[in-house]
Design a protein around this ligand. Structure first.
Ligand code: ZN
Length: 76
């Protein structure tokens, strides 16, 4: 049974959030714990490399949203 790495709660397979990354698994019983972990990673640890990756991903997501919205506007 997976165990939440943030609060230690056990949860059933298929529930919670499990993220497989090279070298290991990140297991969260709820989105709240996943959010807490994300905050720790981005705010508390504040590694430049992680911050850069996060901003790059955000930029990519934003521009694909914009493309989607443009496409939708054209379809109407
Ligand atoms: Zn938890």
């Amino acid at each position: 049974m997976p165990k939440c790495i943030v609060c230690g709660r056990f949860f059933h397979e298929g529930q919670g959030i499990v993220i497989k990354i090279p070298g290991g698994l990140l297991e969260f019983h709820s989105s709240r714990c996943a959010q807490k972990f994300l905050r720790m990673l981005l705010e508390e640890r504040g590694s430049e490399c992680v911050a850069r990756e996060a901003l790059e991903l955000a930029r990519g997501l934003r521009s694909s949203l914009e493309r989607l919205e443009e496409g939708r506007a054209k379809a109407i």
